[in-house]
Unconditional design. Sequence first.
Length: 249
Amino acid sequence: MERSRIRPDRLPRHVAIIMDGNGRWAERRGLPRTEGHRAGVEAVRATTRAARELGVGWVTLYAFSSENWSRPKDEVDVLMRLPEEYFETELEEAIRNDVRIRTIGRIDRLPAHVQRTMGDAVEKTRNNGGMQLVFALSYGSRGEIVDAARRLLRDHEQGKLTPDSVDEKSFAAFLDDPELPDVDLLIRTGGESRVSNFLLWQIAYAELHFTDLMWPDFRREHLEAAILDYQGRERRFGLTSAQVHGNAD
Ligand code: FPP
């Protein structure tokens, strides 16, 4: 319904999603929180399929933050099973549809079985040039920026760069995935209006879309509504409205 009003020539190139509200969704139904995470996988399936069908180029999902390690062990264990649940059905689908799976975050901290699942998905889709689907796992944006600074200093030690050669573009090449474009649209479900250490570098000019919907209820129509909201915004990148519209003096 909404889809017909979406302008294909003005799609956000990169949509990033903070998938919040799984726990509350479950608690409201008298279910354990972990059931909310399982239901969240269904929302991930629906949303990634819809994004691909709409023609979105990049989608990044905040699947597990560096702060999430502090949750009860049982909950962490369930969260660590979700990639397997997702790829059980979606890896074939990704391969068939030219989707490339990528990861950001401190992947080496994940249990071996998660590293295997993600590594396999990344490897089997390496040459795909359609939608780029990025899983942020054990991810925190400050940590990513600190890691980038470390890599940069190592290159400096080896004489590969000088302080004056560092600018925004060359610094970004040290981030977890140098090819990750700036985020155009950041969606957060679950009713909170904050960015929670997600892609701080990449969201510099993003349009933010917050919804009260709990993540397990998120479906194609909600993605379409967020994109329509985005398409209704005027993106100025620091310019005046007149400059954007080409009628400045
Ligand atoms: C926040 O909800 C959500 C998470 C910590 C996990 C997000 C992960 C998924 C939705 C599934 C990931 C899927 C794959 C394929 C890896 P919350 O538990 O903080 O909810 P609450 O704020 O209601 O407590």
